[in-house]
Design a protein around this ligand. Structure first.
Ligand SMILES: Cc1cc2nc3c(=O)[nH]c(=O)nc-3n(C[C@H](O)[C@H](O)[C@H](O)COP(=O)(O)OP(=O)(O)OC[C@H]3O[C@@H](n4cnc5c(N)ncnc54)[C@H](O)[C@@H]3O)c2cc1C
Length: 379
């Protein structure tokens, strides 16, 4: 029997899962309230690396980069190799210690990450000015245009037979699993909810509570050329990378819960000024803003994603089997999408052990109270 599956949300995660499901022979329908990539994926910075200190994250990061490289050159999607430097400023002993410790843990996970003394940093990356108390470089890293990844993967999914229903918000149905959209109701063998910042709302409307908070982050592009490595300055709380117009920089986390249907899409003045002064000090870069914007990320109580089938043991009330969730990336959803989409597709097709138990969504009951912790933080 052919599995009939639905994917709600055509972001990087949804289109990857849809492609892999269709390529494996499933009959796939993808729903998006807008167009593929019109959620957070189309607003992401496209910083990609496998520099994770946890074993599950490191393996997912590595698999994702492998797929990004394999897919590079398809359509307009291109993976651009570029090392990723993370550092703490002079005098920031706390973050310096954290960088040294996490770099060591990444190495133990088999990641190609090396500590850099201030002298080595200056020698290898002369574009990075301002000194450092501690620094490390991840070699397995690069950047891309996230919108191009989504378009390419959506095209591949369609070529493999997936059907796209766009322009109408979908409701998820339980018992049995199904989707209602545009006045039509369809039953499926399995439904994946990969609705980004709307995931909590979509599941709540179906009667399932999950602890997930959307929050604003920001990015901008600058018009002057930048040819250095990607860099995360943990002390300043900013990151930047080369970009076709010159440079892309970001962070600007606002750690308060945002309404996914009513949030400010424009960047804040304080964010632009923080990036301006950070770039001047860290890269001698004179910022001329080309474009600045905000977008939404999603936080969970423990910083790990909600990834898996709802309704197993300890399930949130109302959940039925056959409904899967993939959300809660703490700002790292795009770079993990090729691996996450692949794993959730395998799980939906019945492969045992395809998903890490640490990310099991049933570890919560949905009533948890928690503060939003910034995703890109080393301390
Ligand atoms: C400024 C910024 C910079 C970032 N930089 C990076 C980065 O460098 N690296 C990184 O890894 N991550 C980054 N992120 C995070 C990244 O964007 C997300 O983690 C990732 O894109 C999430 O992908 P997704 O497919 O889960 O969700 P989304 O891309 O948000 O896709 C969800 C989709 O669901 C659709 N949808 C919602 N509700 C419904 C409904 N009811 N019915 C149908 N469709 C629905 C939406 O329209 C949307 O297309 C950044 C985010 C922002 C905002």
């Amino acid at each position: 029997m052919t599995d009939r599956v639905a994917v709600v949300g055509a972001g990087a995660v949804g289109v990857t899962a849809a492609h892999d499901l269709a390529a494996a022979g499933a009959d796939v329908t993808v729903y998006d309230r807008g167009e593929p990539g019109s959620g957070s994926s189309g607003r992401a910075a496209g910083v990609l690396y496998d520099a994770y200190a946890g074993d599950v994250d490191a393996a997912i990061g590595a698999r994702a980069l492998e797929r990004f490289r394999e897919l590079s050159g398809e359509g307009d999607f291109e993976f651009v190799e570029c090392p990723y430097v993370f550092l703490a400023r002079e005098g920031d002993a706390k973050r310096a210690a954290a960088i040294e410790e996490s770099a060591e843990r990444m190495r133990r996970r088999g990641r190609d990450v090396s500590p850099l003394s201030p002298a080595e940093l200056g020698e290898r990356f002369p574009t990075l000015t301002g000194g450092a108390e501690a620094a490390a470089v991840a070699e397995n890293a690069g950047w891309t245009d996230p919108g191009n990844y989504v378009s390419m993967m959506a095209d591949r999914a369609a070529a493999a037979g997936a059907r796209f229903e766009t322009g109408a918000a979908a409701d998820v149905l339980l018992d049995p699993p199904g989707v209602a959209a545009g006045g039509e109701r369809e039953r499926f063998d399995a439904v994946l909810v990969a609705a980004g910042a709307h995931t909590k709302r979509v599941l709540a409307d179906a009667g399932v509570a999950v602890p997930l908070k959307p929050y604003r982050v920001q990015a901008l592009t600058g018009g002057a050329r930048y040819d250095g490595p990607m860099c995360y300055d943990a002390t300043a709380g900013i990151y930047f990378r080369p970009h076709p117009t010159g440079l892309l920089a970001g962070d600007g986390t606002e750690p308060v819960e945002a309404d996914p249907d009513a949030w400010d899409r424009t960047a804040d003045g304080w964010f632009v000024e923080a990036i301006r002064s950070g770039l001047r000090e860290r890269a001698g870069y004179d910022l001329r803003v080309e474009r600045a914007w905000a977008g939404l990320c999603t936080a969970t109580p423990d910083g790990n994603p909600l990834l898996g089938e709802l309704g197993s043991e300890g399930a949130p009330p109302g959940a039925e089997r056959g409904v899967f969730v993939a959300a809660g990336w703490q700002g790292h959803g795009f770079m993990r999408a090729p691996a996450i989409g692949e794993a959730v597709a395998a799980a939906m097709l019945g492969e045992e052990g395809a998903l890490p138990t640490a990310f099991d969504p049933n570890r919560f009951d949905g009533s948890e109270e928690f503060e939003i912790a910034e995703g890109m933080v080393i301390d």
